[in-house]
Write a protein that binds this ligand. Sequence first.
Ligand code: SF4
Length: 291
Amino acid sequence: MAGMRNVSDAGEALLPGMPKRLLRASPKSLADFSDCPRRYRYANVDRPTPARGPRFAHHTVGTALHKVLSSWWDLPVEKRTPGAARQLLYADWTPAGFRDTEQSDRWRARAAGWLTDYVAGLDPTEEPRARERTVSTMTERMTLSGRVDRIDERGDELVVVDYKTGRSVCTDDEACGSQALALYVLAVRRTMRRPCSRVELHHVPSGTVAAFDHTERSLANHARRAEDIAVDITDATERMAAGEDPDAAFPAVPGTQCGWCDFRPSCPTGQAAVPARETWSFLPEDDAAAG
Ligand code: SF4
């Protein structure tokens, strides 16, 4: 584009002749741009970051389970019991996003039941290689980093484990199709310098595992698609830095997701598209029977 300046991913001008800075990206930021470029801009470009909406109850449940499934391994081996997992959950629980205390308490008990069953299937002596570990890699266009829930060591290989806490049981096709998991494999290889090709989705509520063993070809396909997104993000960022209307460079893609988008309070397009969802509306409807 004529007159376009060389800019970093943060929109800073670079001097002529300087090498372009690589885009700093994560699987989440790439997914945000694919879903709605404006949401990407709100989260990664605009500063100060625009106001976000309230917390959703299903996020509270997911965050609590993730936290316990990491901190449980910090306990001495003999204390890694299902009961200890329940205690950790109860100690850290918050009612954020729930309709009322009664609903929060019911879901805390339900999540504790899931944890009890899941943890009972773990061998407390088989410590994962890493938990909540940030891994990163680099491509032609970006540095990419993200945090992996758990990295297991199985023989010579490392395995990427991602906890899922939603209502749907995961499938092997999801494990295969997840760009985030494929990128984590590449980042684990680079960061930990060990072979890694298997990804697993551990659905905590059902205790089921969906898995996929990546090939070099499947990883290359995911990496190529991620690189294409990085090119589009860099292009949009440069156009905005060159003076293009931010809403044109990063267009809104309104849809049902605007009902629960984090940035809905800052986005007139999203507000006009659909009504806001209640913050507890993603809890399964049969929650009255839970506990
Ligand atoms: S509310 Fe909708 S249109 Fe606005 S940023 Fe979020 S997803 Fe995009």
